[in-house]
Design a protein around this ligand. Sequence first.
Ligand SMILES: Cc1ncc(COP(=O)(O)O)c(C=O)c1O
Length: 314
Amino acid sequence: MVEEIRKVVMNGNFVGWEDAKVHVSTHGLLYGSGVFEGIRAYMDHEGKQLSVFRLKEHVRRMLNNSKILNLKPAIGEKEFADKIVELLRVNNHKTDVYIRPMIYFGAGGIGIRPAKQSTDYFIFSQSMGGYFASVKPLNVCVSSWTRITNNSLPPSAKVTGAYVNSMIASSEAAQSGFDEALFLTQNGYVCEGSGENIFMVKNGVLITPPLSADILEGITRDSVIRLAEDHNIPVVERDISRTELYTCDELFLCGTAAQITPIGSVDRRAVSDGKVGNVTEKLINAFEAVIRGRDGRFASWLTPVYLQMVEKTA
Ligand SMILES: Cc1ncc(COP(=O)(O)O)c(C=O)c1O
């Protein structure tokens, strides 16, 4: 995978993959003081154009989140978005791509409070297909780890250091033979996966935890809600109890990496018959039509990368 990555953007400059390094005194490395995004770009259904999915929303979220840490990047929203597109062009991607931008405190001191450190950023990109190893509905567990809270380490800010909470939960799940972990909040309600939002279907209604349940305000979550409304599927944001995970009709995760991924069982209890449910299937198809450019009504969600259509590869 690494060999396809040609260039990385570091503070606005294009550098080779091997040269994209940070100093050991980098604050973002020592204390996890960075905010990041995961963004995808998709080849269209004809294999002729690569388009970034909801680019503006991702860049806006990251720049908003940088305010929470008092990071002050020397680059604005439009410039950042343009830089991402430029990187994809430079790297000449012709497959689905995952893009990782990050804004963080740079090198220069050991103090916890960043003093003289600059605000740095990088962007890299790589080919990416599915996120989970399994192509079947996932077998997930409720994690023994509790989700961090907005008043301690805000999950909504997509702070790099906060992902240790996700890492220990997803690693524990994998060690126990599950595909993914589901977090509960400190109040015991369903929160989200280690890197995905969650939706439940019950009696034809699509239900997802509210922003107050210590979730990340996912851009895929928003897309799913809008596609559900487009299909006249009622959507409710409310707290979900753990036991509802065992008795609901359908359950799925969604996120940039995960896209829409059905869940087949929770804590070894099958969700309905363990197969992909009707509502989930409808939303997967609607989402796929949008990201592949087959549903023109959502064309504003796609930012084309190439000025000319690329030659279709065999
Ligand atoms: C903890 C967490 N929740 C939810 C999501 C989904 O968010 P989005 O759809 O914006 O990628 C992600 C992925 O970025 C995440 O890391």
